[in-house]
Design a protein around this ligand. Structure first.
Ligand code: FEO
Length: 398
């Protein structure tokens, strides 16, 4: 891959991880990238590095542009190891480089790598002059770690946003407009992966995102390009900023999502009948079995759906283990503005629906409907399932 220039003096020097299929439990069927950026001026700065094991490839890419030992600054926007994993590699080569990070970033890097490096800590509003180009730092704590920050190239108006606005997507293209204009239909793929990334990584922090975007606006920062540390570089930043504003506010489509597991098919039969009730009411509905679908894909669906209906069979007087595991993951992501309902089946004492409801309530969500059936649903039970689907559909239409 030849060097990729964003603008005069600013280069992508990251790597494409074509074989990435699991990112700490988040499935990545399309692979991913770790984007690092090199800024060449009177001083040379490297913004972020790449995951451990890919450092050699990053260094080779830097060598196409400059001698890596001449790097003056390594900006660490975020401690997480997909971005800092090759920091020790580059610091062995660029022995005089200063590491720039937030105070929390410095703490995390020291705890993780124990590097004897020359640190400089920065906060929002601090600047670093490289010559004609100036780096402006914006701390973004909890987007998505306490150490996180954005680096803004003042003169070029490029926001190097680290995890913000990212997507896990391996392609030979680097810019969103290449995907969208040259290929056309692939445009949806970029937004689809951006939504999945937001849902699985950033969904708990919607309130912080709204405040930060407002703060950036108040700082008078104009953004012509967003270069995240994963996936495509946004030459059309408004599209992804608008999507983030919408997701952060908890906006969703008038759709119903049924998520369930089943033991001997009773909960499955209920799920299908609830689905029929929703669909017959003219509302879009989809069904996801927890052992036949990737959870990170289901979470992306949660982001986009207004109503979430959870179904579980009873096992050992509680909910099915997959339902419990999924709810633990989902509740941690704190979805906003959802309408919740629950259903399930049992053989003798019951307990699944009660356990699901307790889990939802302890996370601050109140189910609007609940339905539990003994053994296989009979005609009356089926009528209740159908009616529940209709009721949920009418509630989200209202
Ligand atoms: Fe929070 Fe891409 O790491």
């Amino acid at each position: 891959m030849t060097k990729v220039q964003l603008i005069d003096g600013v280069y992508w020097v990251g790597v494409v991880d074509w074989n990435l299929r699991d990112f700490h439990g988040y499935t990545t069927p399309r692979g991913g990238t770790y984007n690092a950026y090199l800024i060449v001026d009177e001083k040379i700065a490297l913004v972020d590095t790449v995951k451990h094991g890919f450092g050699g490839e990053m260094v080779e890419r830097i060598k196409e542009i400059v001698d890596p030992s001449k790097i003056d600054y390594v900006i660490s926007n975020h401690v997480e190891m997909d971005h800092s994993g090759s920091l020790p590699d580059i610091m062995k080569i660029a022995t005089n480089a200063q590491v720039i990070a937030t105070e929390k970033g410095k703490e995390g890097l020291l705890r993780h790598y124990r590097g004897d490096w020359n640190f400089r800590t920065v906060k929002t509003g601090d600047e670093l002059a490289l010559g004609k180009k100036t780096l402006f730092f914006i701390t973004v704590p909890m987007l998505h770690w306490p150490d996180s920050m954005f680096t803004y190239l003042k003169e070029d108006k490029i926001l190097l946003s680290n995890d913000g606005f990212g997507q896990h997507l391996a392609t030979s293209f680097r810019f969103d407009d290449e995907m969208c204009t040259l290929i056309g239909y692939e445009c949806d793929t970029v937004m689809d992966e951006a939504a999945k990334y937001y849902a699985n990584i950033l969904m708990p922090f919607g309130g912080i995102i709204l405040k930060k975007l407002e703060e950036i606006q108040k700082l008078g920062i104009e953004i012509k390009m967003i270069a995240p540390s994963h996936g495509m570089i946004w030459k059309n930043p408004n599209k992804i900023i608008d999507a983030y504003l919408s997701w952060a506010k908890g906006a969703s489509k008038q759709k119903v999502l049924i998520i369930y597991d089943t033991m001997w098919n009773s909960t499955e039969i209920m799920a299908q009948e609830i689905l029929r009730g929703v669909a017959d009411s003219g509302v879009e509905v989809s069904l996801f079995h927890l052992r036949r679908n990737e959870w990170s894909e289901i979470v992306k669906e949660v982001l986009e759906n207004r109503a979430i209906i959870i179904g579980s069979p009873t096992l050992h007087n509680g909910m099915f283990p997959t339902v419990g595991g999924f709810l633990t993951y989902l509740m941690g992501l704190r979805p906003k503005n959802k309408l919740w309902a629950t259903f399930g089946s049992y053989g003798w004492a019951g307990g699944a629906v009660r356990a699901v409801n307790e889990k939802l309530k302890s996370s601050g969500y109140e189910p609007v409907e609940s339905l539990e059936v003994n053994f296989r649903p009979d005609g009356q039970d089926m009528a209740k399932c159908y009616a529940m689907g209709q009721k949920i559909a009418s509630m989200i239409k209202a």
